[in-house]
Design a protein around this ligand. Structure first.
Ligand SMILES: [Zn+2]
Length: 198
């Protein structure tokens, strides 16, 4: 068994032993909100946003981008499971700033092995063959952190399946301090049209 697999199963056994009343939690998030954020290993939404099991939906992908699939999850989160406020949280030092569509497409065309991040950017060290299938993927890289949060909040806000009543907050998580920093332009773009539901 791999070391990681062994560690994960051992940790899970300890967790399940203390599971207590969590087995009777309801499916809809008790605090009725959702967070879309990056998969970066330094971000722990449960800790930085004070969540317990059952509290909120966390939707994660590379960059925390408002991809079609992220929007699919958010629409389900509202329509079927009753969340009423959404956060889009990108972060400083995001890996998605370190490449472009062209860069990852060229890397993958050469080799599928893990590339190395150097001062000159990502370079390939692995053997080929690679694949040109990456040409067909939009990688949703990030050029400017505040811009990407604002773009994503705006995309969600203007999506035909997203009701105007949901406020969408735009934030950056600072990996150096653990703080959430508001992106005012994004939050302004995400303001709910009617907040009468309270
Ligand atoms: Zn990231």
């Amino acid at each position: 068994m791999s070391k990681v697999l062994e560690e994960v199963l051992a940790a899970n056994a300890r967790y399940a032993a203390q599971f207590g009343k969590k087995g009777s939690l309801g499916m809809p998030p008790a605090r009725r909100f959702a967070i879309l954020t990056c998969m970066d290993a330094r971000l722990d939404p449960a800790k930085f946003a004070g969540l317990s099991e059952g509290d909120a939906h966390i939707i994660r992908n590379a960059g925390g981008r408002a991809s079609d699939d992220a929007i699919r999850s958010l629409v389900i989160s509202y329509k079927l499971l009753g969340t009423r406020e959404w956060f889009v949280i990108h972060h400083t030092n995001c890996g998605m700033e370190f490449f472009t569509n062209d860069v990852i497409r060229n890397l993958l065309a050469q080799s599928l092995e893990t590339a190395r991040l150097t001062d000159a950017g990502f370079t390939d060290v692995g053997p080929g063959p690679g694949s040109r299938a990456a040409e067909y993927i939009e990688w949703l890289t990030i050029r400017d952190q505040e811009r990407s949060v604002t773009d994503d909040v705006t995309r969600i806000r203007t999506h035909p399946l997203v009701p105007a009543s949901i406020p969408i907050y735009g934030y950056l998580y600072d990996v150096a301090t653990g703080r959430l920093i508001e992106v005012r332009e994004a939050t302004a773009a995400g303001r709910a049209v009617s907040e009468t539901e309270g």
